[in-house]
Design a protein around this ligand. Structure first.
Ligand SMILES: [Zn+2]
Length: 294
């Protein structure tokens, strides 16, 4: 070996050691943590629950004050995906910026909507669906086991614990059904459609408004009048209000619901700060829906 090559090797070794030291995490030991990036905190919380202390999860959209449907990622948001080993995106065009950010990276991508065959153009609020939560959790655990095969037992154990929590939500939904099944509800946006569907409720949102809302276009004054008249007449038994996407129209509808004595269930797109995991939040929402049905 020439002097130059030896010097170069030494330099590489130094860099290598420095990199190891720098990347070392509090967990220590032989295994480092899996770098996970989730586009939204709903899925980030599932990724954390399933990964425990073997993962380092960063959720990009983690506040109920963000523009859920028109989020503009920052440069550092995009950069986070480039460093991720596992990326969890929602899919169904809810966070196309996130899917784009994973292109060309080495990240193993879990697309929540895709796990249940839900595509662009379908209702994108898939974290409200029991089936999607189950299938996404399966996909996340599989990605962890691939990234860290020697920790398979650990991830299986975490998965079982998560399943037990999700099963409690499922049991609660089943128990609520006798009260909620067939009950007509209306919504300012079809945000909790999957949850209401799991509860057997019927979406009675007037069609003009619903179509405009689904296409992210402005409902016409006639659409809004038809909807508010139906609320004032008490034709729907629950009004679901997405407070994260509120505007003059939704305020008008909320007033109409009050006039018709229609109970309001308020919710957001991203998981509120008082919750640390999706199953707890869903459980609380099942209570809200059940409590609203008279
Ligand atoms: Zn939405």
């Amino acid at each position: 070996m020439t002097m130059l090559a030896a010097a170069a090797t030494a330099a590489i070794m130094t860099i290598g050691l420095a990199a190891c030291g720098g990347a070392g995490t509090s967990g220590g030991g032989s295994s480092e943590k899996i770098a996970v990036v989730a586009s939204i905190n709903q899925w980030g919380s599932v990724a954390e629950a399933l990964g425990g202390d073997k993962v380092d999860v960063k959720s990009i959209m983690a506040s109920t004050n963000v523009e859920a449907h028109d989020y503009e990622p920052t440069t550092s948001d995009v950069a986070a995906f480039a460093k991720a080993q596992v990326a969890v995106v929602n899919g169904a065009d809810y966070d196309s910026w996130a899917s784009k950010a994973t292109e060309g990276t080495k990240a193993d991508v879990v697309n929540a909507a895709e796990t249940d065959g839900i595509k662009e153009g379908d209702n994108p609020h898939v974290w409200f669906s029991h089936d999607v939560r189950e299938k996404t959790a399966d996909a996340i655990t599989a990605a962890y086991e691939k990234a860290m095969p020697d920790q398979k037992d650990y991830f299986e154990q975490r998965h079982k614990a998560w399943e037990a929590q999700e099963q409690k939500v499922e049991d609660k939904i089943k128990a609520a059904e006798s009260k909620t099944k067939g009950v007509p509800y209306a919504a300012s946006e079809s945000v909790a459609w999957y949850l209401a569907d799991d509860l057997g409720m019927t979406d009675a949102t007037t069609s003009g408004y619903k179509n405009a809302s689904a296409n992210e276009s402005e409902p016409s004054p006639a659409d809004i009048k038809q909807f508010s008249d139906a609320l004032k007449a008490g034709k729907m038994k629950v009004f679901v209000l997405n407070t994260q996407e509120s505007n003059d129209t939704t305020e008008h509808l909320e007033a109409a619901a009050a006039e018709g004595d229609v109970p309001v269930v308020k919710l957001t797109e991203q998981m509120p700060k008082e919750y640390t995991n999706l199953t707890d939040w869903m459980s609380a929402l099942v209570d809200d829906f059940t409590g609203a049905v008279k």
